[in-house]
Design a protein around this ligand. Structure first.
Ligand code: NAP
Ligand code: F7E
Length: 329
């Protein structure tokens, strides 16, 4: 019999790649999307999967919508990827971010505990939870302390703790994937990698003449979403529920990212890049670099993309899509 997977946040970057990965591995895939007033754009990342997956309206904040679906589907695996996932935006809408991410996850855990205790559950935890903390050797790993620097990071620490609590108290197969930044052509274009690539391509094509950014000195460990969704599925098929860091172990500043993209496009970045307060954060997370030895050793996870091959793929994508109203994923 085919395994059944239920994905919250299925129309997002990771949700869409995860749906593809699970279909390739012979799962039945179900997911929820929220009601949106513009229906045409909502499923863009899923259009190519239209007849292969089952999507219904649902919302993490509407527990009845979760109960109805989980009781009906009885999924083997539940991936909780839904969240207000933009850190900078979380300073503008802190109440919504915390309600949505934290109470939303609580609703899902309660639903599983009360109605479907055999469903395994994956929680999309984040390197943003580490915030100010870095181990002495310059890495963050499973044992590193959490000191989040944003409402988003705080909401994710709550969910991380909730996952462990439901695992211990109710014996649920509940896992935390502590994923560092991961990108792709499907990344929202207000995250820095997509913003830089898309704008640089538009500058090259004379459709824009400037790129306005915030902090250029923060460092991130950037991997590819396609590699990271495979890690999620590995964790769910481990012999026991546990928490794993997923990262590349390489870190670069935003400035270095810009240098790579502008050089690739044969543009002089100093002519086009400026900075604005608008894109700065009240508190910046300055440095991320993850040690993913545990998942490599215990689950055999290995990324296929390098930083360069990922950014090259994003450049190619935006070269095809930079002037389109409806993006083709
Ligand atoms: P994303 O592209 O922003 O996707 C998130 C999805 O969640 C969106 O489709 C969004 O729908 C949906 N959603 C938000 N609130 C919801 C609710 N109340 N009910 C149902 N759906 C809801 O994010 P992503 O990059 O794929 O990331 C997936 C998850 O991993 C997120 O939880 C994120 O916080 C976490 N994470 C991401 C990274 C990363 O670098 N990408 C790293 C660590 C952790 P709408 O379009 O309707 O808002
Ligand atoms: O920022 C700097 C910004 O918004 C990266 C989410 O997926 O990863 C992501 O969060 C860096 C920051 O991602 C601009 O200040 C400069 O230092 O692409 P980002 P993020 O905040 O790291 C974590 C792991 C998640 O869990 C989150 O869900 O780039 N930066 N100038 C800028 N960032 C943006 N967005 N826009 C700028 O203009």
């Amino acid at each position: 019999m085919k395994k059944k997977a239920f994905i919250t946040g299925i129309a997002g970057q990771d949700g869409s790649y995860l749906a593809e990965h699970l279909l390739e591995n012979n799962y039945e895939v179900y997911g929820i999307i929220r009601r949106n007033s513009i229906t045409e754009h909502q499923r863009l990342r899923l259009n190519h999967l239209d007849n292969k997956i089952t999507i219904e309206y649902g919302d993490l904040l509407d527990i009845s919508s979760l109960e109805n679906k989980i009781i009906k589907i009885k999924p083997d695996e539940i991936y909780n990827l839904a969240a207000q996932s933009h850190v900078r935006v979380s300073f503008d809408i802190p109440h919504f971010t915390v309600m949505n991410n934290a109470i939303g996850a609580l609703n899902l855990f309660e639903t599983v505990k009360n109605h479907s205790k055999n469903s395994k559950i994956y929680q999309a935890s984040s390197s943003e939870m580490f915030g100010r903390c870095v181990d002495e050797d310059g890495y963050q790993r499973e044992q590193t302390r959490f000191e989040p620097t944003s409402p988003y990071g705080c909401s994710k620490v709550f969910c991380f703790n909730l996952t462990k609590h439901y695992r211990i108290a109710y014996n649920l197969f509940a896992v935390n994937g502590i994923l560092f930044n991961h990108e792709s052509p499907r990344r929202g274009s207000n995250f820095v990698t997509s913003k830089v690539v898309k704008t640089a391509v538009r500058i090259k094509n004379k459709l824009d003449d400037k790129l306005v950014l915030g902090n250029l000195d923060s460092s991130r460990d950037w991997g590819h979403s396609k590699d990271y969704v495979k890690a999620m599925n590995l964790m769910m098929n481990h012999s026991k529920p546990d928490d794993f860091v997923v990262a590349t172990g390489e870190t670069r500043t935003v400035r270095k990212l810009c240098e790579y993209v502008f050089k690739k496009l044969d543009l002089d970045m100093d002519k086009y890049i400026s900075q604005s307060e608008k894109f700065m954060r009240p508190e910046e997370l300055k440095f991320l670099c993850g040690d993913s030895s545990k998942i490599k050793k215990e689950l055999g996870w290995k990324p296929e993309y390098s930083f360069e091959s990922m950014i090259d793929e994003m450049i190619e994508f935006w070269e095809k899509n930079h002037d389109k109203n409806v993006i083709e994923y």
